[in-house]
Ligand binder design. Structure first.
Ligand code: SAM
Length: 297
Protein backbone atom coordinates (compact mmCIF):
# COMPACT_ATOMS: atom_id res chain seq x y z
CA UNK A 1 0.00 0.00 0.00
CA UNK A 2 2.99 2.32 -0.37
CA UNK A 3 2.08 5.70 -1.75
CA UNK A 4 5.17 7.85 -2.26
CA UNK A 5 3.05 11.03 -2.35
CA UNK A 6 1.96 10.56 1.25
CA UNK A 7 5.33 9.60 2.71
CA UNK A 8 5.78 12.90 4.48
CA UNK A 9 2.12 13.33 5.42
CA UNK A 10 1.02 10.97 8.22
CA UNK A 11 -2.52 12.37 8.23
CA UNK A 12 -2.95 11.53 4.54
CA UNK A 13 -1.60 8.05 5.28
CA UNK A 14 -4.05 7.58 8.18
CA UNK A 15 -6.96 8.75 6.01
CA UNK A 16 -5.93 6.42 3.18
CA UNK A 17 -5.59 3.40 5.50
CA UNK A 18 -8.96 4.18 7.08
CA UNK A 19 -10.57 4.39 3.64
CA UNK A 20 -8.90 1.13 2.56
CA UNK A 21 -10.25 -0.62 5.67
CA UNK A 22 -13.76 0.52 4.81
CA UNK A 23 -13.40 -1.31 1.47
CA UNK A 24 -11.68 -4.51 2.56
CA UNK A 25 -10.95 -6.18 5.85
CA UNK A 26 -7.28 -6.56 6.84
CA UNK A 27 -6.65 -10.20 5.90
CA UNK A 28 -4.33 -10.63 8.88
CA UNK A 29 -7.30 -10.25 11.26
CA UNK A 30 -8.35 -13.75 12.21
CA UNK A 31 -5.28 -15.36 10.64
CA UNK A 32 -2.79 -14.23 13.24
CA UNK A 33 -3.19 -14.83 16.93
CA UNK A 34 -2.34 -12.22 19.55
CA UNK A 35 1.02 -13.16 20.99
CA UNK A 36 2.32 -14.51 17.69
CA UNK A 37 5.60 -12.94 16.55
CA UNK A 38 4.93 -11.55 13.10
CA UNK A 39 6.67 -9.73 10.30
CA UNK A 40 7.09 -6.01 10.93
CA UNK A 41 7.45 -3.59 13.81
CA UNK A 42 5.84 -4.81 17.04
CA UNK A 43 3.95 -2.25 19.14
CA UNK A 44 4.63 -3.72 22.55
CA UNK A 45 2.87 -3.05 25.83
CA UNK A 46 5.68 -2.49 28.31
CA UNK A 47 3.35 -2.99 31.24
CA UNK A 48 2.92 -0.58 34.15
CA UNK A 49 6.59 -0.24 35.11
CA UNK A 50 8.11 -3.26 36.84
CA UNK A 51 10.29 -5.04 34.24
CA UNK A 52 8.84 -8.35 35.45
CA UNK A 53 5.41 -7.30 34.21
CA UNK A 54 6.50 -7.21 30.56
CA UNK A 55 5.22 -10.32 28.73
CA UNK A 56 7.68 -13.05 27.77
CA UNK A 57 7.19 -12.30 24.05
CA UNK A 58 7.60 -8.58 24.66
CA UNK A 59 10.85 -9.16 26.53
CA UNK A 60 12.26 -11.39 23.80
CA UNK A 61 11.45 -8.82 21.13
CA UNK A 62 12.92 -5.96 23.15
CA UNK A 63 16.08 -7.97 23.84
CA UNK A 64 16.54 -8.59 20.11
CA UNK A 65 15.92 -4.97 19.11
CA UNK A 66 18.43 -2.59 17.50
CA UNK A 67 16.15 0.44 17.88
CA UNK A 68 13.68 0.88 20.74
CA UNK A 69 11.28 3.80 20.46
CA UNK A 70 9.67 4.16 23.88
CA UNK A 71 7.16 6.31 25.74
CA UNK A 72 9.76 8.26 27.73
CA UNK A 73 9.28 8.50 31.48
CA UNK A 74 6.15 6.30 31.34
CA UNK A 75 8.42 3.33 30.61
CA UNK A 76 10.63 2.40 33.55
CA UNK A 77 14.28 3.08 32.71
CA UNK A 78 15.14 -0.07 34.69
CA UNK A 79 13.31 -2.08 32.04
CA UNK A 80 15.31 -0.40 29.27
CA UNK A 81 18.57 -0.91 31.14
CA UNK A 82 17.77 -4.54 31.89
CA UNK A 83 16.51 -5.68 28.48
CA UNK A 84 17.91 -3.40 25.79
CA UNK A 85 20.93 -1.55 27.09
CA UNK A 86 22.81 -2.24 23.83
CA UNK A 87 20.03 -0.96 21.56
CA UNK A 88 19.57 2.59 20.34
CA UNK A 89 16.85 4.07 22.58
CA UNK A 90 14.69 6.97 21.48
CA UNK A 91 11.98 8.60 23.58
CA UNK A 92 8.83 9.53 21.67
CA UNK A 93 8.06 12.38 24.07
CA UNK A 94 8.04 15.70 22.23
CA UNK A 95 8.21 14.03 18.80
CA UNK A 96 5.40 14.20 16.28
CA UNK A 97 4.38 11.59 13.73
CA UNK A 98 6.32 13.46 11.05
CA UNK A 99 9.50 12.66 12.99
CA UNK A 100 8.63 9.27 14.45
CA UNK A 101 7.38 7.55 11.30
CA UNK A 102 10.46 8.16 9.11
CA UNK A 103 12.68 7.24 12.07
CA UNK A 104 11.05 3.82 12.47
CA UNK A 105 10.50 3.26 8.72
CA UNK A 106 14.09 4.02 7.75
CA UNK A 107 15.52 1.82 10.49
CA UNK A 108 13.20 -1.03 9.50
CA UNK A 109 14.04 -0.65 5.81
CA UNK A 110 17.75 -0.69 6.70
CA UNK A 111 17.16 -4.16 8.11
CA UNK A 112 17.33 -3.16 11.78
CA UNK A 113 15.07 -4.78 14.39
CA UNK A 114 12.73 -2.00 15.48
CA UNK A 115 10.30 -2.13 18.40
CA UNK A 116 7.84 0.49 19.63
CA UNK A 117 7.33 0.32 23.39
CA UNK A 118 4.14 1.79 24.81
CA UNK A 119 3.39 1.98 28.52
CA UNK A 120 0.84 -0.46 29.93
CA UNK A 121 -1.12 -1.86 27.01
CA UNK A 122 -1.06 -0.05 23.65
CA UNK A 123 -4.83 -0.44 23.37
CA UNK A 124 -5.53 2.02 26.18
CA UNK A 125 -4.83 5.72 25.60
CA UNK A 126 -1.76 4.78 23.60
CA UNK A 127 -2.32 6.36 20.16
CA UNK A 128 -0.69 3.30 18.60
CA UNK A 129 -3.05 2.87 15.65
CA UNK A 130 -2.20 6.21 14.05
CA UNK A 131 1.49 5.28 14.04
CA UNK A 132 0.70 1.80 12.76
CA UNK A 133 -1.49 3.16 9.97
CA UNK A 134 1.17 5.66 8.91
CA UNK A 135 3.83 2.94 8.85
CA UNK A 136 1.60 0.40 7.07
CA UNK A 137 0.85 2.99 4.42
CA UNK A 138 4.55 3.25 3.76
CA UNK A 139 4.83 -0.51 3.37
CA UNK A 140 6.08 -1.30 6.88
CA UNK A 141 4.00 -4.04 8.52
CA UNK A 142 3.14 -3.65 12.19
CA UNK A 143 1.41 -5.64 14.90
CA UNK A 144 0.51 -5.41 18.59
CA UNK A 145 1.96 -7.33 21.52
CA UNK A 146 -0.35 -6.72 24.48
CA UNK A 147 0.77 -5.64 27.92
CA UNK A 148 -0.54 -5.20 31.45
CA UNK A 149 -2.53 -2.00 31.63
CA UNK A 150 -1.97 0.21 34.67
CA UNK A 151 -5.53 -0.30 35.96
CA UNK A 152 -4.70 -3.98 36.41
CA UNK A 153 -1.48 -3.15 38.22
CA UNK A 154 -3.38 -0.72 40.47
CA UNK A 155 -5.94 -3.42 41.17
CA UNK A 156 -3.14 -5.79 42.22
CA UNK A 157 -1.59 -3.08 44.41
CA UNK A 158 -4.94 -2.57 46.12
CA UNK A 159 -5.25 -6.36 46.49
CA UNK A 160 -8.72 -6.19 45.00
CA UNK A 161 -10.64 -7.11 41.87
CA UNK A 162 -12.06 -4.48 39.54
CA UNK A 163 -15.18 -6.63 39.26
CA UNK A 164 -16.56 -7.86 42.56
CA UNK A 165 -19.68 -9.93 42.87
CA UNK A 166 -22.68 -7.90 43.97
CA UNK A 167 -20.70 -4.66 44.13
CA UNK A 168 -18.94 -4.00 40.84
CA UNK A 169 -20.46 -5.74 37.84
CA UNK A 170 -18.73 -3.51 35.28
CA UNK A 171 -15.47 -1.63 34.75
CA UNK A 172 -15.04 1.68 32.96
CA UNK A 173 -11.66 2.82 31.65
CA UNK A 174 -12.02 6.55 31.25
CA UNK A 175 -10.32 9.95 31.41
CA UNK A 176 -11.50 13.35 32.62
CA UNK A 177 -12.36 16.43 30.61
CA UNK A 178 -9.46 18.66 29.65
CA UNK A 179 -7.55 19.63 26.54
CA UNK A 180 -8.46 16.39 24.74
CA UNK A 181 -11.98 15.83 26.07
CA UNK A 182 -14.81 18.38 26.12
CA UNK A 183 -16.97 18.54 29.29
CA UNK A 184 -19.87 16.83 27.52
CA UNK A 185 -17.55 13.93 26.62
CA UNK A 186 -16.57 13.42 30.27
CA UNK A 187 -18.68 10.44 31.44
CA UNK A 188 -17.16 9.91 34.90
CA UNK A 189 -20.34 11.12 36.63
CA UNK A 190 -22.45 8.73 34.59
CA UNK A 191 -20.22 5.74 35.41
CA UNK A 192 -20.16 6.60 39.12
CA UNK A 193 -23.94 7.16 39.06
CA UNK A 194 -24.51 3.62 37.81
CA UNK A 195 -23.47 2.40 41.24
CA UNK A 196 -22.04 -1.00 40.30
CA UNK A 197 -19.22 0.23 38.07
CA UNK A 198 -15.55 0.46 39.05
CA UNK A 199 -14.36 3.64 37.37
CA UNK A 200 -10.65 3.67 36.49
CA UNK A 201 -9.44 7.12 35.51
CA UNK A 202 -6.36 7.40 33.31
CA UNK A 203 -4.61 10.69 32.59
CA UNK A 204 -6.43 12.40 35.45
CA UNK A 205 -4.02 12.70 38.38
CA UNK A 206 -3.74 16.48 38.00
CA UNK A 207 -7.52 16.82 37.84
CA UNK A 208 -8.62 14.68 40.79
CA UNK A 209 -9.77 17.60 42.97
CA UNK A 210 -11.82 19.15 40.14
CA UNK A 211 -13.28 15.79 39.15
CA UNK A 212 -14.36 15.02 42.72
CA UNK A 213 -15.83 18.53 43.18
CA UNK A 214 -17.95 17.97 40.07
CA UNK A 215 -19.13 14.59 41.39
CA UNK A 216 -20.18 16.14 44.71
CA UNK A 217 -21.90 19.06 42.96
CA UNK A 218 -23.80 16.55 40.81
CA UNK A 219 -25.11 14.84 43.93
CA UNK A 220 -22.95 11.68 44.06
CA UNK A 221 -22.40 10.12 47.48
CA UNK A 222 -19.30 11.82 48.97
CA UNK A 223 -18.63 8.63 50.97
CA UNK A 224 -17.97 6.60 47.78
CA UNK A 225 -14.50 5.02 48.13
CA UNK A 226 -11.64 6.26 45.96
CA UNK A 227 -8.07 4.98 45.77
CA UNK A 228 -5.26 6.67 43.89
CA UNK A 229 -2.32 4.44 43.00
CA UNK A 230 0.76 6.41 42.02
CA UNK A 231 3.37 4.59 39.88
CA UNK A 232 1.83 1.14 40.37
CA UNK A 233 4.58 -1.51 40.38
CA UNK A 234 7.43 1.05 40.45
CA UNK A 235 9.81 1.17 43.44
CA UNK A 236 8.25 4.48 44.54
CA UNK A 237 4.67 3.21 44.23
CA UNK A 238 2.28 4.92 46.64
CA UNK A 239 -1.39 4.52 47.55
CA UNK A 240 -3.65 7.36 48.67
CA UNK A 241 -7.07 6.30 49.89
CA UNK A 242 -10.16 8.30 50.69
CA UNK A 243 -13.60 9.08 49.37
CA UNK A 244 -15.09 11.30 46.70
CA UNK A 245 -15.42 13.91 49.47
CA UNK A 246 -11.85 13.71 50.79
CA UNK A 247 -9.44 12.44 48.13
CA UNK A 248 -8.89 15.77 46.37
CA UNK A 249 -7.35 17.40 49.42
CA UNK A 250 -5.44 14.29 50.50
CA UNK A 251 -3.91 13.92 47.07
CA UNK A 252 -2.99 17.59 46.92
CA UNK A 253 -1.09 17.12 50.20
CA UNK A 254 0.70 14.10 48.72
CA UNK A 255 1.70 16.25 45.74
CA UNK A 256 1.15 13.80 42.87
CA UNK A 257 0.16 15.50 39.61
CA UNK A 258 0.74 12.67 37.09
CA UNK A 259 1.30 8.92 36.64
CA UNK A 260 -1.46 7.68 38.94
CA UNK A 261 -4.53 5.51 38.48
CA UNK A 262 -7.71 6.76 40.15
CA UNK A 263 -10.10 3.97 41.11
CA UNK A 264 -13.63 4.95 42.18
CA UNK A 265 -16.14 2.54 43.66
CA UNK A 266 -16.63 -0.10 46.32
CA UNK A 267 -14.07 -2.37 44.64
CA UNK A 268 -11.37 0.13 45.65
CA UNK A 269 -12.01 -0.88 49.24
CA UNK A 270 -13.24 -4.44 48.67
CA UNK A 271 -16.41 -3.31 50.42
CA UNK A 272 -19.62 -5.29 50.68
CA UNK A 273 -19.06 -7.97 48.08
CA UNK A 274 -20.93 -11.27 48.01
CA UNK A 275 -19.65 -14.79 47.59
CA UNK A 276 -19.67 -15.67 43.87
CA UNK A 277 -21.63 -18.46 42.24
CA UNK A 278 -18.45 -20.06 40.97
CA UNK A 279 -17.29 -21.51 44.28
CA UNK A 280 -20.79 -22.16 45.45
CA UNK A 281 -21.39 -25.31 43.40
CA UNK A 282 -22.93 -23.35 40.56
CA UNK A 283 -20.15 -24.04 38.04
CA UNK A 284 -20.32 -27.80 38.52
CA UNK A 285 -24.07 -27.80 38.22
CA UNK A 286 -23.62 -25.80 34.99
CA UNK A 287 -21.20 -28.37 33.58
CA UNK A 288 -23.44 -31.28 34.48
CA UNK A 289 -26.41 -29.78 32.73
CA UNK A 290 -24.22 -28.49 29.86
CA UNK A 291 -26.13 -25.26 30.00
CA UNK A 292 -23.57 -23.50 27.85
CA UNK A 293 -23.26 -20.72 30.41
CA UNK A 294 -19.74 -19.35 30.82
CA UNK A 295 -18.33 -19.84 34.31
CA UNK A 296 -16.38 -17.04 36.00
CA UNK A 297 -12.61 -17.46 36.36
C1 SAM B 1 -0.97 7.92 28.20
S1 SAM B 1 -1.78 6.94 29.40
C2 SAM B 1 -1.13 5.39 28.95
C3 SAM B 1 -1.84 4.24 29.58
C4 SAM B 1 -1.21 2.92 29.26
N1 SAM B 1 -1.36 2.61 27.86
C5 SAM B 1 -1.79 1.78 30.09
O1 SAM B 1 -2.34 0.84 29.52
O2 SAM B 1 -1.65 1.82 31.31
C6 SAM B 1 -0.91 7.35 30.85
C7 SAM B 1 -1.74 7.24 32.09
O3 SAM B 1 -1.78 5.87 32.49
C8 SAM B 1 -1.75 5.80 33.89
N2 SAM B 1 -0.55 5.06 34.30
C9 SAM B 1 0.45 4.65 33.50
N3 SAM B 1 1.36 3.93 34.20
C10 SAM B 1 0.89 3.91 35.47
C11 SAM B 1 1.35 3.31 36.68
N4 SAM B 1 2.46 2.57 36.71
N5 SAM B 1 0.62 3.47 37.80
C12 SAM B 1 -0.53 4.17 37.78
N6 SAM B 1 -1.02 4.75 36.67
C13 SAM B 1 -0.32 4.63 35.54
C14 SAM B 1 -1.76 7.21 34.43
O4 SAM B 1 -3.11 7.57 34.66
C15 SAM B 1 -1.20 7.98 33.28
O5 SAM B 1 -1.67 9.31 33.28
Amino acid sequence: MTDPDSETDPQAAIDAETAARAQARDERVGERTAGEVQEGIPFIGAGPGDPGLLTVTGKELVEAADLVVHAGSLVNSELLAEYCDDAEQVSSIGKDLEELIPLMRDAYEDGREVVRLHSGDPAIYGAAIEQMDALEHEGVPTYIVPGVTSAFAASATLRTQLTLNGVANHVAFTRPQGKTLDPEEDHIGEFVGMGDVTTCIYLGTHAVADTMDRLVEDGHDPETPVAVVYHASWPDEDVIEGTIGTIGETLEDAGYRASAMVVIGDAARKAGYERSYLYDGWANRGNESDSGTEADD
